[in-house]
Design a protein around this ligand. Structure first.
Ligand SMILES: NC(=O)c1ccc[n+]([C@@H]2O[C@H](COP(=O)([O-])OP(=O)(O)OC[C@H]3O[C@@H](n4cnc5c(N)ncnc54)[C@H](OP(=O)(O)O)[C@@H]3O)[C@@H](O)[C@H]2O)c1
Length: 328
């Protein structure tokens, strides 16, 4: 094994070209940690927010001039190369998935408690999509108590989180309607949406009032009163995404939701290893089939970040180890 590795890092906030490959020593795993060969890294809009330092308020916590954690990438699927003291649940050669820091690298150290084992039937590129987007979708559906027979509307469903929401809600037996870009409509219909609408050709207020047990807003644009009016009595509107104000981000909208009549649930998802393990089981059983729009080799991670930064992804974009076939 070589003693250096490549990691994609940035010194200052900016667009994707601020993130460059650096050659650094391979770290050794400390107690309770695991060293992975990175097989696949799914990108999330969270990576883009960190890269750009947006909204501005997050810089107070993440670093005023540039991000304190310089490397991008959070989701990861990989192969165990070494384990630190006290790690008994994984051994060298195990395939795993989870979330960490600076995962856009050919090696990465991750706390063992943040990893779950992968069966051979789930390819690394598929597995890597599960932690952040999958956990966000599960926690949103739980917050809205979505179960069999629920009528669910997902606004802005074409991206990573939205495609998981559609498929997981349909898997729970819900009737799912979704708004998205035109390119995403056949994808969402394949994933289980009963009806899809091009968001550029429809006002949400044109949909039937009082119809939905859950309205999930990923786009972050519709007025709160429009979301509320779509809800059936006792229904819940989940606020998941949207860029919001350049400095305050979605916080103003979240505060307004607290004083607006109606049942609003702002979502701040946490990636839980147990939930990721359940998502791995669903993927292994064929009930969950994440949509990969594009894969890029790690040597082109900058191009992958630029692609996601453009905000037009249908499903997920995944960076894979150079030479690895995307699906296996
Ligand atoms: N609350 C949480 O815990 C949490 C966790 C994860 C993500 N998020 C947020 O969730 C949002 C989605 O994240 P993601 O990673 O899934 O994003 P993504 O994959 O980058 O989403 C891209 C998709 O969004 C669609 N889109 C863009 N603007 C739209 C609009 N106004 N109406 C409808 N669709 C629109 C695009 O369709 P077109 O190309 O056709 O425009 C594209 O298909 C982001 O705002 C992110 O910050 C929140």
């Amino acid at each position: 094994m070589t003693d250096t590795m490549t990691v994609w890092r940035q010194r200052c906030y900016g667009s994707a070209d601020a993130v460059r490959p650096e050659t650094v020593p391979v770290p050794a795993p400390r107690a309770s940690e695991v060293l992975l060969q990175t097989d696949a890294v799914a990108l999330n809009s969270g990576d883009i927010h960190l890269m750009r330092g947006e909204p501005g308020l997050v810089r107070v916590a993440l670093g005023l001039r540039g991000p304190r954690i310089r490397g991008r990438g959070m989701d990861v699927a990989g192969t165990v190369l070494a384990v630190g003291d006290g790690v008994t649940e994984f051994a060298v050669g195990d395939a795993v998935v989870g979330s960490g820091r600076e995962t856009l690298a050919d090696r990465v150290v991750v706390p063992a408690k943040r990893l779950t084992r992968l069966p051979e039937t789930v390819a690394p590129a598929i597995a890597a999509t599960l932690p952040i987007a999958g956990n966000t979708a599960v926690q949103t559906l739980d917050a809205c108590r979505v179960g069999s027979g629920a009528r669910v509307l997902i606004a802005g469903a074409g991206g990573g989180v939205g495609t998981f929401l559609v498929q997981l809600a349909a898997d729970r037996g819900a009737e799912v309607w979704a708004t998205c870009g035109e390119r995403a409509r056949p994808v969402l219909e394949r994933l289980g949406a009963a009806r899809t609408f091009d968001y550029r050709a429809l006002e949400l207020s044109d949909l039937p009032r009082g119809r939905f047990d859950a309205v999930v807003d990923i786009a972050g644009e519709p007025p709160l009163s429009v979301l509320r009016d779509l809800l059936a009595p006792g229904g819940t509107a989940a606020l998941v995404g949207g860029d919001g104000h350049p400095f305050f981000g979605p916080f103003g909208r979240i505060l307004r939701s607290a004083v607006t009549r109606g049942r609003f649930r702002p979502i701040t998802a946490v990636t839980r290893t147990e939930t990721t393990a359940q998502l791995v089981e669903l993927a292994a059983s064929g009930r969950l089939t994440p949509h990969l729009e594009r894969t890029f080799p790690l040597s082109q991670a900058g191009a992958a970040l630029a692609y996601v930064e453009a905000g037009r992804t249908v499903g997920k974009v995944v960076v894979v180890r150079d030479g690895l076939r995307p699906q296996g």
